[in-house]
Design a protein around this ligand. Structure first.
Ligand code: SF4
Ligand code: SF4
Length: 221
């Protein structure tokens, strides 16, 4: 899931400066889970904007705002409300904002900051465990990613700064190599092998942006 945080309301007002009437778009997936763009947050934003003297012409919460064509379809269903707005405020990740902008001639503005791809441990506890490097090497690290979970991305670690198993960069956090070795032990695997293997640097060229994946659709759903 894409993890977002709400922009402070004062910042939202600055972003909306010059726009008196607003249409709000939320997101029924990630932003709902992050409590940044679900039905509740859209209603809250509507009330806050009205209190601040803005006109809210309407709102919609698509299932997943990054689904460009479906979001466009929903916006067409509220064409009048959208056209009555000076700007569309999107309470979703940057992909959601751009999905709306792709299909709308109205000014489209962000109400959230997009933070990272996150694993959810439980409600309200989200962690970055994968940074989508494009060439997964989790097979070499028993399912624990040093690319992402080590602040230095140490593929051949630990770096030497670990203190009693904790990371020198963030002393509140276990060194990812502690996690890797603990897991090797738990699985009864050879710890020496990983210590003796030298992993070559990753090819960061494959992360050159913007990335795309276009493929032949074999089935839908
Ligand atoms: S190696 Fe790490 S960053 Fe790369 S795809 Fe796998 S989990 Fe994600
Ligand atoms: S202590 Fe461990 S997690 Fe922290 S920077 Fe060094 S190798 Fe990475």
């Amino acid at each position: 899931m894409i993890i977002t945080e709400s922009k402070p309301f004062e910042e939202v007002l600055e972003i909306l400066e010059g726009s008196d009437s607003i249409f709000i778009v939320g997101c029924g997936e990630c932003a709902t889970e992050c409590q940044t763009g679900g039905e509740y947050e859209v209603e809250e934003m509507t009330n806050n904007l009205r209190e601040a003297g803005k006109t809210v012409t309407g709102s919609v919460v698509p299932n997943a705002t990054c689904e460009v064509l479906d979001t466009a379809r929903l916006l067409r269903q509220q064409k009048e409300e959208v056209q009555a707005a000076d700007a569309i405020l999107v309470l979703a990740c940057g992909a959601g904002v751009q999905a709306v902008a792709e299909k709308c001639d109205t000014l489209v503005l962000p109400g959230c900051n997009s933070l990272f791809l996150g694993d959810t441990l439980r409600h309200g506890q989200m962690f970055e465990w994968c940074s989508m490097c494009g060439a997964c090497v989790l097979d070499k690290y028993v399912g624990v990613c040093p690319v992402t979970r080590c602040p230095k991305g140490q593929l051949n670690g630990p770096c030497g700064g670990a203190d009693e198993g904790m990371c020198e960069v963030d002393t509140e956090r276990e060194c990812v190599w502690t996690l890797i070795y603990e897991r090797l032990e738990k699985l009864g695997l050879d710890k020496e092998r990983i210590a003796q293997t030298l992993e070559p640097p990753k090819d960061y060229q494959i992360q050159a942006q913007p990335r795309e994946r276009i493929f032949e659709v074999r089935r839908t759903g």
